[in-house]
Design a protein. Structure first.
Ligand code: CP
Ligand code: NVA
Length: 302
């Protein structure tokens, strides 16, 4: 069985911790670290736009000694309707791993089922697990550990980031709270998946109660890639911004995360993302280290 990383819980909590330990070690030896992928190639396929994910995978793969092949799906035969399964079979003959950013989770599952090499989720409609690894690395750096902390996410509680915070955060031993209005709350299946790890999971439409006493406050865009009805979404989510009011309710040393790109004045206030408690630039850098660790770990399982 090939080890894939399609959602946060494709790792066990122990494996997640192992990857995060390795990420911290690789951060300390940025250019003179191990080259476990020397002589190999890794494909990175984009069916949605990206800045950070493209940078971090392209550079990270090169730093692991491999050749990154970045494929904009629209300029490949995928854009002309070649199936995801046939694409997986062909890529498997060339590369050591396939990283993909796509739409439905059914699409990445189909790719993984037809692939002979590890498949990594670089964002789907359902999950953004590589981002959560970087976020957990950032929390570890700021707080020493994730165990027992309260992580609160405000905003669109049904999107890929909310889902990955729920599962990945619970796996890291955190109480995870989602503050989101009706219609924007997580799917009960995802909440059940998060609850398996035994930490407290809270879903509420009371943003203030959610923020109260938090160690980590996070948010994400109100209109994710591929979503429609932007005007309605912005109106519905207006009371769920990560603003100075929300930050004042959290612990005085709370850390602020945002996966970026951000919309100042919508889901996050400028004073918060650009303020002293924001860790968003470390978070963006940690994509590189966390993904290098993940790829190293995945190819070691083969
Ligand atoms: N956070 C994140 O995934 O950013 P990009 O969309 O720029 O890759
Ligand atoms: N929820 C956002 C995350 C962007 C990195 C989206 O899917 O567009």
């Amino acid at each position: 069985m090939v080890q894939h990383f399609l959602a946060d819980d494709d790792l066990t909590p122990a494996q997640q911790a192992e990857v995060l330990d390795l990420a911290a070690a690789l951060k300390k030896q940025r250019y003179d670290g191990p080259k476990p992928l020397a002589g190999k190639a890794v494909a990175v396929v984009f069916e949605k736009p990206s800045t950070r994910t493209r940078l971090s995978f392209e550079i990270g793969i090169a730093e692991l000694g491999a050749h990154p092949v970045i494929l904009d799906a629209q300029s490949t035969q995928l854009g002309r309707g070649e199936t995801i399964e046939d694409t997986a079979r062909v890529l498997s003959r060339y590369v050591a791993a396939i990283v993909i950013r796509t739409f439905g989770d059914d699409r990445i599952t189909a790719l993984a089922e037809a692939s002979d090499v590890p498949v990594v989720n670089a964002l789907t409609d359902g999950f953004h697990p590589c981002q959560i690894l970087a976020d957990l690395q950032t929390v570890r750096e700021r707080k020493g550990s994730t165990e027992g902390l309260v992580l609160t996410y405000l905003g669109d509680g049904a999107n890929n980031m909310a889902n990955s915070y729920l599962i990945g955060g619970a796996m890291a031993g955190m109480e995870v709270r989602i503050g989101a209005p009706a219609g924007y709350q997580p799917d009960p299946d995802v909440v059940e998946r998060a609850k398996r790890y035994g930490t407290t999971i809270v879903v509420t439409d009371d943003a203030k109660a959610a923020a109260e006493g938090s160690d980590v406050l996070c948010t994400d865009v109100w209109v994710s890639m591929g979503m429609t009805g932007a005007e309605q979404r912005l109106a519905d989510l207006a009371g769920y911004a990560l603003d100075e009011g929300a930050l004042s309710l959290a612990k005085p040393d709370a850390v602020v995360l945002h996966c970026l790109p951000a919309h100042r004045g919508e889901e996050i206030a400028a004073a918060v993302i650009d303020g002293p408690q924001s860790a968003v630039w470390d978070e963006a850098e940690n994509r590189l280290h966390a993904q290098k660790a993940l790829l190293t770990w995945l190819v070691q399982q083969a």
